[in-house]
Ligand binder design. Sequence first.
Ligand SMILES: [Zn+2]
Length: 355
Amino acid sequence: MSLRHRSLQRSSFLILAVVFVLWLCPLLGCQSSKPAAPSEVKAQTSSENAPSGPAPTSTQGMTAEPTGAPMHIDPARAMQYVKEFVGIGPRWVGSKGQEKASAYLRSKLKNDNLEEDAFVADTPAGKLAMKNLVAKFPGSNEGIIVLGTHIDTNYPLRDTNYAGANDGGSSTGLLLAIADQLRGKKLEGYSVWLAFLDGEEAIDKWTETDSLYGSKHLAAKWRQDGTIGNIKAFLLADMIGDKDLEIERDTNSTPWLEDLIYKAATRLSYQSHFFDSTDTMDDDHMPFARSSVPVADLIDFSYGYNNAYHHTTEDTLNKLSPRSLQITGDVILETIRLLNANASHLSSTAPKTSS
Ligand SMILES: [Zn+2]
C-alpha cells in the first residue's frame, strides 16, 4: 500500500510539541493558540473522506458482549499460507506470478462460494488484466462483513526480486487462515466475505487514478448490483505480519469501527499492539468508504525503522512472525463477534451513486 500524507506524528511527539508550545507561549506572548488536541486534528483530517449516512456515528449503545468463547486462527497455518503465497514469486499485475497467485487462491478456496471479478484496467502502462476473488461464507442474518487484502506486489519494483512478504503476502495468508475458521459452519450472524483484491499498487506513481484498481472495481460492481447497501463493515488488513506489530489508528477509517476494533483487542489483551500512533491511510478501504460503508484499515506502517522495509527488497519472510498474524486475525474475528452482538445498532448503509 501507499499513503500520501502522514498527518500526525506519534503521540509522544504530540506531547512534546504541546509541552514545547506551552513553554514558548509566555515568552512569545501568544494567547489562546493551543495546539489542536489529537482528537481535533483527527476530526479535521478525516472529515473530507469520512463515510456519511445513517450508519452509527459512535459505539454509544454498542454495549452488548458476545457470548461463548472467542474464535482463534491457527497461527502456524497462517504463516504456512504466507510462505506458500510469497513462494509463488513476484505477483505484479501482468506477471506470470499474478496468474499463479490467482490459481493458488482458487485451489485453497475451491469448496467455498467463490465470485470472480475479472476486468481490464486503464493504467499508465496501458490496459492491464486484473482479477479480484471473493470467497463467501453465509451467515444466518442479513448483512455482510467484508474482510479485504490485496494480493499484488509492487509494479515499479517488478525487475527486482521484491517479494512483498508483508505488503500483500501477510494479509493474504491471514485471510486464508480466517477462511479455515469460517468454513463448514453455519455462521450465527452476518455473512462473512473475504475479498482478495488485485491491482492495489500504483503502476507508475501513486495518484487518485493510478492506485486501488481492484477495490475501485469491486466497489463499483457492488454499487451497481446493490450489494454495497448490505455491507455492515469492511475490514482491511495490510502489512500485519511485522514481528514488531504496531497497528495504527487511521483517520480515514470510520471512528466507531476503529473503537470497536480497539475493544476487541482489549478483550483479548492485545491492545498494546493497537493505535499507539495515528496515520492517514490511502488504501483499499477508500472506495468503500466513499460509498458510505463503515471501514477500517488494520495496517502497521512502521515496518522497520522509519518504515524502511516498505516497498524495498527487504520486505521478506524473515521479518514476519506467526504471532503477529495471530494477533491481527484473532482481533478481526473478535470484532466480527462484537458486530454481531450489536447488530441492532447497525442500520443499513445508504449507497452513494457517485464516484
Ligand atoms: Zn505496497
